[in-house]
Every structure is written in C-alpha cells, then in structure tokens.
Write a protein that binds this ligand. Structure first.
Ligand SMILES: Nc1nc2c(ncn2[C@@H]2O[C@H](COP(=O)(O)OP(=O)(O)O)[C@@H](O)[C@H]2O)c(=O)[nH]1
Ligand SMILES: [Mg+2]
Length: 243
C-alpha cells in the first residue's frame, strides 16, 4: 500500500525536519510526504525544499502565497494526490501532537475501513496530561457538540490525524468543502458519513506541541461553532453511495 501523508505547515521550522525523520524511519515500505506550506516567515518552506532535494522520490512541497488556512491546504493537497498513484492519503499536524508511530496503527486499521481516525475520545485515547482542566473541557465539549448535532459515528470529530482510502476521497465532492479552520475535520467526516463510508478509531495520546505556537484563534472557534449548524443544509442532497 502506497501511503502519502499531507502535512500542512505554518511556522514549523523546528518541528518539520524532526517529524520527517521520524516518519521516514517507520517500517512502511512505500511512504511519501507532501508538505503544504503557507509561506511561513520562519523559513519552513525553504527547509522543506532542502529536505525534498535529499529525498526527491519521497518528499514534495507545495508553496502557497500566504496563510490561507488549514482546510484549503488539505483540499489542495488532496487534489494534487488524487492525480497521482497513492493508495492511501494521510493527514497529520507538524508539531508532534500526533505521534508518528501511530501511523502504523492507522494503516493497519485502514485494511478494514474507509477512513482510519486517530481518536482522543475512545478508551485508551487521551489529551495532554498537563493541559489545564478548562482546555480539556473545551476540547471535549467541542467534540460532543459536533458529534451530537451532526450525529456522527465517531467520538473524535475535530482531530487532524487520519488516513483515507484514496477511493473514499475520490468519491467526495471536495470542491464543495468551505470549512477552513479545524471544523474542516468535522466537515469532511460529515461528508464521508453521509456518503456511507465506514470509520475506525484508533486511540491516541494528543501531546501539546513541543516547539512553536498554536494557530488556533477565536475566529477559528467561531467558524466551527457556527458551521456545524450549516453543514446539514449545505449537504442535504448527499446520499449513501451504493457499493
Ligand atoms: N499550510 C497551513 N498550515 C496550517 C495553517 N494553520 C495551521 N496549520 C498547520 O496545521 C497544523 C495544526 O495547527 P496547530 O497550530 O498545531 O493547531 P492546534 O494543535 O489546534 O493548536 C500544524 O501543522 C500547523 O502548522 C494554515 O493556515 N496553513
Ligand atoms: Mg498543534
């Protein structure tokens, strides 16, 4: 199975080289990475280019003009990879919140489902042990909110650690996805669910980022809170695909 992982980056110069080393050390025979960098001011894009020169067949980089958002970075990455020959397409953050070794478990889970999801909210999953109570509560509430309103069959709806079968993404109307912040994860899970695709959740420990700053903002949270109510209307025409 040829897996390509998309890593969106915005100011991840410290994290990206270490993460790529960890990923390419995994015992996965055919692993590629696509970095989508939004013209980071800390030089992440140039660092990615240098690393790509060292691994021309396994690492490629898309450079965008500025901070255009996580959702649009993934959509651009998905569209690019759907032109190629990857069997599975992954998503993960650049900041080590997602343990690269868990990609092995996601890959194993994908054998028997359409989308494997790294999950903080199934037994065995958890949030950073040093997070204050209010942060844990906000995260849990956001998940409960989206999952309940949209009747999603997964516990972790906002996480960004996933592995998709190529055919699943190819069947999705990606050009209709408008969510750009972390609600993008909810949006794509909702579309996949409405089309009848099957998920499997793999428990993960979500660690706080080791270097750099979070790009989470009040604006991104408001987008999420409101968009959850718009999605059922936006996708009211979607029906399970007959397999
Ligand atoms: N290309 C791109 N990447 C982004 C953008 N916003 C966040 N990211 C990346 O998305 C991932 C998750 O963002 P992060 O700030 O860690 O979010 P948090 O974990 O919720 O605080 C990281 O790899 C970021 O570098 C963006 O606008 N464009
Ligand atoms: Mg993070």
């Amino acid at each position: 199975m040829k897996i390509t992982i998309i890593i969106p980056t915005y100011n991840e110069a410290e994290n990206l080289p270490k993460l790529l080393t960890a990923l390419f050390d995994l015992p996965l025979a055919h692993l590629n990475v696509l970095v989508v960098d939004d013209n980071s001011s800390d030089g992440t894009g140039q660092i990615a280019d240098e690393l790509a020169r060292a691994r021309p067949n396994h690492l490629s980089v898309i450079h965008r003009t500025g901070k255009l958002g996580l959702g649009s970075a993934y959509i651009q990455g998905f569209n690019e990879l759907l032109k190629g020959n990857s069997d599975a397409i992954g998503q993960m953050d650049a900041d080590f919140s997602h343990n690269p070794r868990k990609m092995l478990e996601l890959a194993a889970a994908l054998e028997t489902c359409d989308i494997a999801v790294g999950s903080r909210y199934v037994p065995g999953g958890s949030l950073d042990k040093d997070w204050p109570f209010w942060r844990k509560w906000m995260s849990a509430f956001g998940n409960f909110y989206a999952r309940t309103i949209l009747r999603l069959p997964i516990r972790d709806t906002t996480g960004g650690f996933r592995l998709w079968r190529r055919e699943t993404l190819a069947a999705m109307p990606l050009e209709r996805v408008r969510s750009n912040g972390y609600v993008f994860q909810v949006d794509t899970a909702y579309v996949a669910h409405k089309l009848g695709f099957q998920f499997k959740e793999v428990p993960i420990y979500f660690a706080e980022r080791r270097w750099g700053q979070s790009k989470m903002s009040f604006k991104i949270q408001m987008e999420a809170a409101l968009r959850v109510w718009v999605l059922p209307h936006q996708y009211r025409d979607l029906k399970p695909l007959s397999k």
